[in-house]
Ligand binder design. Structure first.
Ligand code: GUN
Length: 295
């Protein structure tokens, strides 16, 4: 039986987006600036197409102009770099997002490095990552920032707690571990990072007051691996075949929701947990990038 309370990312995202939309309207009215997001999608990976479509829709609803370049998977690295440079030079574009992963023949690092740091609303460039690590003003990466905002909004006391992160990706695991550790609201935790070489994963997850799972694999964490009363944040988005759905699949996280919800105090659902917050933080960063053009 479920005893945990849901951490409703959709609801929090809706209220934050209303506030962002109001600030966008004010920026337009007072300064004549419409925030613009440039999106580059290379190839047609179904999950990436679905994320990009959701990001474009959210921009529209917030009054943010979005310009998408959807190009074939055969696009060369030089062509991809040219697309980024074009957006770097476009004054109507304040933020640039290159949807990851990229096709294998393109070096992700080279494309990310080409994004002008002042337009890097994903917070992926070395300049932004470096600034974040030393506590300078920067664009925070969207998923980790969204997670911290959820913890703060739910009144979770993070300071002094043991946070365990499962996963060490550049997009989620590494930066969320940093934000949980830094001396700031929603941070100041003692942080353990687990990954594919971790021996006896359950022995770590069972010691987590706050458990963030970003492993990219369904069923990574089950209820018996959760400490009673823990806060569980599930970052996973996995497509599981489901003949009862029109799409032929359903989305599940990295955590076995039913068993974990019997043990946790708070838990994020998938979908409707972290996902909507990621997009909201992207809107937040794009607005911030445009606001810097005020004077
Ligand atoms: N792929 C998965 N998550 C993300 C994200 O937050 N930003 C981009 N650009 N690509 C992603």
């Amino acid at each position: 039986m479920k005893t945990a309370t849901l951490l409703d990312g959709k609801k929090l995202a809706a209220s934050l987006r209303a506030d962002i939309a109001a600030q966008v309207a004010e920026l337009k009215a007072k300064h004549g600036i419409t925030p613009g997001l440039g999106v580059i999608l290379i190839g047609a990976d179904p999950a990436s197409v679905s994320y990009v479509t959701a990001k474009e829709k959210a921009c529209g609803e917030a009054g943010i102009h979005s310009q998408s370049l959807r190009v074939p998977a055969e696009t060369t690295q030089d062509e991809a770099l040219a697309l980024v440079r074009r957006m770097n030079a476009d004054p109507l574009i304040h933020g640039i997002l290159v949807q990851l992963p990229l096709p294998r023949h393109i070096a992700e690092e080279a494309v990310i490095n080409a994004i002008a740091p002042e337009k890097d609303v994903d917070g992926f460039t070395p300049v932004n990552v470096g600034r974040m690590m030393i506590g300078e003003d920067c664009f925070l990466p969207c998923t980790p920032h969204g997670i911290i905002q959820m913890l703060i909004s739910a009144g979770v006391e993070v300071s002094g707690k043991h946070a365990v992160v499962v996963g060490r990706s550049n997009i989620v695991g590494k930066p969320v571990a940093h934000l949980l550790m830094r001396k700031a609201p929603g941070g100041n935790a003692t942080v353990t990072v687990c990954h594919t070489a971790t021996r006896d994963l359950p022995s770590f997850t069972r010691r987590a007051d706050i458990l963030v799972v970003a492993a990219g694999r369904a069923g990574t964490v089950t209820g018996d691996m959760v400490k009673p009363g823990a806060v569980v944040i599930d970052v996973g988005v996995n497509r599981i075949p489901d003949a009862t759905k029109a799409s032929g699949f359903r989305l599940v996280g990295d955590v076995d929701f039913d068993s974990a919800a019997e043990v946790a105090s708070l838990i994020t659902p998938v979908p409707g947990g972290v996902g909507p917050m990621t997009i909201t933080m992207l809107l937040h960063n794009t607005l911030q990038a445009a606001q810097r053009k005020k004077d």
